[in-house]
Design a protein around this ligand. Sequence first.
Ligand SMILES: Cc1ncc(COP(=O)(O)O)c(C=O)c1O
Length: 377
Amino acid sequence: MTRVPFLSLDDLHERLRDEITRYFESFYDSGSFILGKGVGEFEEAYARFSGTRYCVGVANGFDAVYLALEALGIGEGAEVIVPSNTYIATWLAVSRTGAEVVPVEPDPRTFNIDPARIEEAVTSRTRAVLPVHLFGQACDIDAIAEVADRHSLFVVEDNAQAQGAECRGRPTGSLGRINATSFYPTKILGALGDAGAVTTDDSALADHVRVMRNYGSDKKNLNEVIGVNSRLDEIQGGILAIKLRHLGRWIEERRRTAEWYREDLEGVEGLTLPHTAPGIGHVYHLYVVRTRHRDRLQDHLADHGIETMIHYPVPPHLQRAYRGLGFGKGGFPIAEELAEISLSLPMFVGITREQVRTVTGRIAEFLECGEVETGEG
Ligand SMILES: Cc1ncc(COP(=O)(O)O)c(C=O)c1O
């Protein structure tokens, strides 16, 4: 049986073995382990990649979202509009500032926050909209900015899942006033541990985050504000700088894999493939299909050695952590439905045409060859 993992970094890491090993040795000998050359060079390169003037590396994506909002002065008493359909870290970072999350439903075709639903969620306390480019597909930032501008709201991107995507030719990470990303190892650009960054054109905001991430200190032993320790680890900075040089090719490979899935699966009954809106770029952090037979299909694939995952089985508003908001089941029906019918197929750099054919063959066999009874939910 050909086993297909959901994700494997083996091939990608093998390609980089020599480059990374050489870097490890020079890092080991450098004696510079905190906020050194590795972080500085990566910040410059990532700002260029994002089309922004500044990048400030931080310890992880959660801190990046939190510190971006904090830099804008968002805290207790404020409301931030978030997608009802996202990884919970987006919500948690808002809650960490003391502000309240105000969820807005997605467009079910793109999984991303529906710009047409944002306005009805705006109140006199709303300060920002926090769109997430979910699964690697950019949000329609122009439509979001139009509502945000009308109500004088900040747009802050959560770009954890979409490094390298674009909206009408403009890169994600440059589309909000200040933006956050994660370099968690499985992301499009992944470190070998935790890492994250904020990107912005605003020098005051960049300076604020740079000070905040280092105990509120710009000069040793002088603390300007009550900061945190959220420095981007030096070794991760160096690794990210190496990986960034290869990112364009990896994104092309992801897009080619998505094309293979589309070629094989288009027209398969009972299956909806990812939809990319016109003018919007997708970098396929995840390849998420939808089917009413999701659970049984997942079991069928597992029985044949194919790993899949669900992003995300429980929407944030139904997590115990947020029961205090009182939403409950039915609170955000589109997010809840997506949680029941979405299935993420294997997607990683180095997956082969044969592996994709194995996955798609098993899916078609299940959905089209009588394995599923019609009408079954
Ligand atoms: C949409 C989104 N926001 C924020 C985060 C937080 O990133 P990290 O895990 O690096 O803290 C993640 C990833 O985990 C994410 O997927």
